[in-house]
Design a protein around this ligand. Structure first.
Ligand SMILES: CC(C)(COP(=O)(O)OP(=O)(O)OC[C@H]1O[C@@H](n2cnc3c(N)ncnc32)[C@H](O)[C@@H]1OP(=O)(O)O)[C@@H](O)C(=O)NCCC(=O)NCCS
Length: 193
């Protein structure tokens, strides 16, 4: 089946190279204050915040993420007790967001799940997302491993995210309902042969 969005919009051109230098480095505890601030940005909290489900973190007022809450959510991955791999997205030397990969089952076969947030408000809506996603999948997820499929599941109403993943080579495979979290627009990218 074809993605409804792809059907509506037609074929997409390949991701265009940016002049910006995009790289990734492992998240450390020194990043936690910055990560807390990103999680509390309204454009991030809408899709990552407490209103999105039991694992949601960040928002306004009483919902705002705190340093202890960030430690509780991300500390175990740094200590190796949670297998999620968290990276800081670095553009032209500046940290701008978080991207993560984790083990995921895709149609009963193994793959890597990914999720991201561009936390700096001045850096969203400028076309960075597709390049960041494409670079991460190529350079980190598929590099030097036997992972051959990558999956993500943005909220179908997060059209900016769905579009960014489409531009990075992901294709819709199904819509799903995740208990307590709501609907997911499940998208997959296969490793090139
Ligand atoms: C989702 C995200 C990674 C996308 O990266 P980005 O660099 O902002 O995306 P782009 O600027 O490339 O925009 C992607 C598409 O959305 C469109 N878009 C931009 N701003 C938009 C907005 N406010 N509403 C709807 N669409 C928008 C763009 O025109 C582009 O579409 P096009 O390819 O047809 O031109 C980034 O916005 C983000 O981190 N947002 C906050 C957290 C989040 O939503 N994470 C994803 C959870 S799955």
């Amino acid at each position: 089946m074809e993605a409804p969005t792809a059907r509506r919009r037609g074929a997409l051109p390949a991701v265009e190279p940016l002049s910006a230098q995009v790289s990734f480095r492992p998240l450390t505890r020194e990043d936690f204050a910055r990560l807390r601030d990103w999680l509390n940005e309204p454009h991030v909290a809408k899709w990552w915040g407490v209103g999105t489900g039991p694992d949601g973190l960040g928002g306004a007022g009483d919902d705002a993420a705190t340093l202890p809450a960030v430690e509780a959510a991300y500390g175990p991955a740094l200590d190796g007790t949670d297998p999620t791999a968290n990276y800081v997205i670095v553009v032209d030397g500046a940290p701008i967001g978080l991207i993560q990969s984790y083990a995921a089952a895709i149609r009963e076969r193994d793959g890597a799940g990914i999720d991201l947030l561009i936390g700096e408000p001045s850096m969203v809506g400028r076309g960075l997302g597709p390049t960041v996603i494409d670079r991460f999948v190529t350079d980190v997820v598929f590099a030097g491993s036997d992972v051959s499929r990558c999956v993500t599941g943005p909220d179908p109403e997060n059209t900016r995210s769905v579009r960014a993943f489409e531009r990075a080579g992901f294709r819709w495979v199904r819509d799903a309902v995740v208990p307590d979290e709501g609907r997911e627009h499940v998208m997959v990218r296969e490793r090139a042969a």
